[in-house]
Write a new protein. Structure first.
Length: 261
């Protein structure tokens, strides 16, 4: 049977980390938690499980996850966020894979819970994620906030059944705060990548994002929460490109809002 290392990065995750760790018991042969100096009960909760708890300064989601990846002793990795947990169907699928791994990476759906409601539309589902993979065939890449596993050319990718359960926020105000913070990071990353934002680009992206998520992807079917999610996500697009325009004009060295967290 193939052994799997689970890797998790944390910062003040006491609300959901217990669900995360409980869901991988019997799945992960090794659990590595890389924490960016939490000030809540995250470490205490993690210590109740058989984990390797490592503290490391946060330099961005992508780099922190690759650092955690470097600590894993097993070839196959289950990368899971602290606010995520394996559904029972996904647990069964991964246990079956451990008996006979036949791909370099595995995709599965992510199902998110917003204020007690599982969101089935609004651009949030199926939200396929590649989180189980051969670390010799891939690593974390892309932009911070929108980081993703990038597999090397020629890698074999398959889909498996089961949902990765996700609790992205504890309240509407928490979600709004995250959108503000993440738009700082995303704008900075886009600037570093050489992207430009012009006068009407923020408004265009906001309108287009709302149309796609609320109309095309059925956000209206998720009721009041669907409207809030689609409105918030479109406003996030607006903030990202508005802040990018500011950085383009003033330079990254003058953009003090970015703090990498």
């Amino acid at each position: 049977m193939q052994k799997i290392s689970a890797v998790i990065i944390t910062f003040n995750e006491e609300l959901f980390i217990n669900k995360c760790l409980e869901s991988i018991v019997g799945i992960a042969d090794e659990v590595i938690v890389v924490d960016s100096f939490s000030t809540d009960g995250t470490e205490e909760i993690c210590r109740k499980y058989n984990v390797r708890f490592v503290k490391n300064s946060f330099g961005g989601f992508r780099d922190q996850k690759n650092f955690a990846l470097s600590l894993a002793s097993n070839r196959y990795i289950l990368s899971i966020d602290a606010d995520e947990a394996l559904s029972e169907d996904l647990r069964k699928s991964i246990l079956k894979i451990k008996e006979n791994i036949d791909a370099d990476g595995y995709l599965f759906n992510r199902l998110s819970n917003f204020c007690g409601q599982w969101i089935k539309h609004s651009g949030w589902y199926p939200d396929r994620q590649l989180r189980l993979f051969d670390k010799e065939k891939g690593k974390w890449g892309g932009y911070n906030v929108h980081e993703k596993i990038e597999m090397f050319e020629g890698s074999v990718i398959k889909r498996i059944k089961g949902d990765l359960l996700h609790w992205p926020c504890s309240s509407t105000s928490d979600y709004t705060e995250k959108m503000e913070k993440y738009s700082d990071i995303a704008a900075f990353e886009l600037h570093v990548a050489g992207r430009k934002s012009f006068l009407f680009k923020p408004v265009f992206h906001m309108a287009w994002r709302f149309f796609v998520t609320y109309i095309v992807r059925g956000g209206f079917l998720d009721g009041h929460n669907g409207y809030f999610i689609c409105s918030s996500d479109s406003y996030y697009s607006y903030l990202k490109y508005r802040k990018l325009r500011k950085i383009n004009r003033t330079g990254a060295s003058n953009y003090n809002s970015y703090n990498g967290i």
